[in-house]
Design a binder for this molecule. Structure first.
Ligand SMILES: [Zn+2]
Length: 305
């Protein structure tokens, strides 16, 4: 299934495997000025190539080494043999050897298993800048969702192509490999770019990205603070999950626990250990006195104030 929206010179192309005519999980790629940002999954690559049809694709940049960003590369290479394909040094191993991703069954069913692919240049070799005929995109490191994640920023238009570095919606369950410290730091990095348009990995294009970034940062910091407060009060992870998440969302069931509220709470604990390395269990006053619920959510002090 494919869905295309035009945003000025940018095409937002959403891709999903369909079941009974309904999309299972959207991912997206973007086309602008001969540049394709991400390759989409393997299962929708033929549809993507048909959708692009007569459009030129001179360059492809992969934002991170997940199957829904890299899986379409072999099909795109056959269609566009001259295109330069870029990824970060840290993404290359996943493109060359996708078995490193250790994909769970649901991910193979949702997106298809990527084939090994090796014809990729490093973004370092391009000095972390991608020039098209009319724009110049700067590579910005945005780890957290994945350690190799990068964002493309176009400074004259103030466009941010952030793929999965900014996931919309309330966070109720996470993958165990996601890193809250990296996610929040990267959201702050995106905000510091003063973006006017944010093009996200779900295909959502925001015209008011900064308030939305602030809201997301605030939600995550408040959750981490709440976890710190409960942990200081002696609650176990299981008890914190029961207190903070009414029930595991359905995604927990069909990903066989890969997405889980427990992983989100653990991510909060890891984040708190960065900001408050001293033992929180015997320092309840530190948290209860130090946390200001009305504080600016973008404040870098977070727990230590
Ligand atoms: Zn991803």
């Amino acid at each position: 299934m494919i869905h295309i929206e035009q945003h000025g010179p940018v095409l937002a192309i959403r891709l999903a495997r369909a079941l009974f005519g309904r999309p299972l999980w959207w991912t997206s790629v973007y086309w602008v000025d001969g540049l394709l940002i991400d390759a989409g999954p393997r299962c929708t690559a033929p549809q993507l190539v048909r959708a692009l049809r007569s459009l030129p694709v001179e360059q492809i940049v992969v934002t991170h080494g997940h199957e829904d960003q890299i899986g379409g590369l072999p099909v795109l290479r056959r269609q566009y043999p001259e295109a330069r394909i870029y990824a970060s040094m840290r993404t290359l191993p996943y493109i060359e050897e996708p078995s490193r991703l250790k994909l769970q069954l649901y991910r193979r069913l949702l997106w298809g298993m990527p084939q090994p692919f090796s014809d990729v240049l490093t973004l370092d070799a391009a000095d972390n800048q991608i020039a098209t005929a009319n724009y110049t995109f700067r590579v910005v490191e945005t780890p957290g969702h994945a350690p190799d994640h990068v964002t493309l920023f176009e400074p004259t238009q103030r466009w941010v192509f952030c793929s999965d570095a900014f996931l919309y919606g309330r966070d109720e369950c996470w993958m165990p490999e996601a890193d809250l410290f990296g996610v929040i730091s990267s959201l702050r990095t995106l905000d510091s770019l003063r973006p006017e348009r944010v093009f996200s990995g779900s295909g959502r294009v925001s015209r008011t990205p900064r308030p939305e970034l602030h809201e997301k940062i605030g939600e995550l910091v408040r959750l981490a603070r709440e976890v710190a407060r409960l942990e200081a009060a002696g609650l176990t992870v299981t008890e914190m999950v029961a207190r903070l998440v009414p029930r595991e969302p359905a995604v927990n069931w069909w990903t066989m626990g890969h997405f889980s509220a427990t992983h989100l709470i653990e991510a909060c604990r890891n984040y708190n250990s960065v900001f408050a390395p001293s033992a929180p269990h015997d320092n309840a006053l530190f948290y209860t006195a130090g946390v200001d619920a009305e504080a600016d959510p973008t404040d870098r002090g977070d727990l230590i104030r």
